[in-house]
Ligand binder design. Sequence first.
Ligand code: F6R
Length: 615
Amino acid sequence: MCGIVGYLGHREAYPIVIEGLKRLEYRGYDSAGIALFDGENLKVSKTKGKVADLEALSEKEITKSGNIGIGHTRWATHGVPNDVNSHPHVSNSGELVIIHNGIIENYESLKQELISRGYVFHSDTDTEVLVNLIEDVKKQENIKLGKAVQIALNQVIGAYAIAVFDKTKPEEIVIARLGSPLAVGIGENEFFIASDASPFLEYTKNAIYLEDEEMAIIRFHKPIKVRKIKDDSLVAPYIQELQLNLEQIEKGGYEHFMLKEIHEQPKAITDTYRGRLLRNEAIIKMAGIEDNMKKFLNANRIIIVACGTSWHAGLVAEYIFEDLARIPVEVEYASEFRYRNPVITENDILIAISQSGETADTLAAIKLAKSKGAFVFGVCNVVGSSIARETHAGAYTHAGPEIGVASTKAFTTQITVLTLIALRLSRAKGTISSSDFRTHLLELEMIPKKVEKALESDSHIKMIADIYKDAPNCLYLGRGYNFPVALEGALKLKEISYIHAEGYPAAEMKHGPIALIDENMPIIVIATKKGHYEKVVSNIQEIKSRKGKIIGIVTEGDVDVRKLADHIIEVPDTLESLSPLLTTIPLQLLSYHIAVLLGKNVDQPRNLAKSVTVE
Ligand code: F6R
């Protein structure tokens, strides 16, 4: 959470930092701030609100010149979002200025210690404690900033990505990382610092990603120096060439990133299976699986850990793995798994699913499983992310950058990767016949075209959204493979429209939620032909008798549900195991249109952040 940006070089820092913050707003957007050194003075401008509010404030407050600057867009952890708690934070002497993403867990004891030495605090943040701790160490020991940062960080418990500079020595920025991502763009006599590479894509394609427990000193006209925070040893920085381009992180004519990303799904799914699904040869090739096939074949069980939407993809995978590959699967919320002393053995495989590859709870679950000897496989979207690096092997989803806070293409591409894995393993285990295997490959290859077809219902869905946008509650029902889709549909609605919604297995409805049903309750029922169609039709009858409003997600040409439902939305026919890739689409569009009609900020819903790097 929180996005950080910094610049040191020959250009004006202000526009680079501001534009960079706009690109990182997906990481947090409850307050924003910037610090610039204009050659004489340190100028700090910060405010509750979005980067646009900061820009408006900077017009009045800040001299926008200076070649060194840092900026921050916040998702509050310590202290409510207000002007004072916004970053950057300045030390008591007014010399040091810092931006921070993460949490300093022992901040209270450090703060008391500093107070006893005369330090005064203005905000409720852990970050203000950190900058004063650095100042205190620097002054006490009479040492340079880099060394002071290192000593201070060795006293800190928690997670951080920081950038700090000293206005009395405005030719260097010190950065450090533990548990929160930090990239450095290397240009010609200039450096860019950011939580991800998007703020500096138009300036340089060369970047270094700091590893956990590393810090770097960035100086004008000097090569970057990377060190281990613990023992001060020098690390040779690995400069990688970025594959990302600017177009991928822009809206491309769509009103919102979320809508763009919904419409990108045919391409994203194709990119996910490209080079892996070889239909003519009737094989699936995935290096991460081939190299570890023995482990997969000998595994007692697969444990899937993830959070939010990625957890829902894990639930879909549970059905696929058990159904096709006959491997027992457990799906766990990473946040629960890590704290409940789970039984893990060396014969278990842990699959961690994460779009961002930075989710703190998922990372912690991985570390726990590794410590118990399990083999850990990652399914991530962001290349080079912490989870991608922390796992023994993995498969990228290749969905391209997902910027809308509500996950859409991440979900369908995660399911695609997991389906490929399940199919590959079922072939290796002999739990699928060769003709069924071929049918799956053929059907999977046709999914992008069918997603395109499902997207054609957009205006029909918008009309339905208009009818139900004022409903205070909503129920989503599905069975089998489509139960997790019901959960995902409900999550999408909650997070962007703030309407209370719940997903349930359709048959479970009569054990409680049925009491909620009256003529005002919209119920979205996934009732595609394959699977438990007749059973779901019976559930629809039960809703009908209680006057609930039914929106059926059905297979093209459906007759039975059409007779019962108030509205139907058709999706193309496919195999039951692949149906989540299609039934998800209308649910994404329904949430999107309801949120837009209600005037909500679709791409940046309140209280949320795209990348949850705190536990
Ligand atoms: C929902 C959403 C979140 C994420 C969750 C996990 O639309 O975006 O629920 O799915 O925070 O994030 P990743 O997949 O990055 O680990």
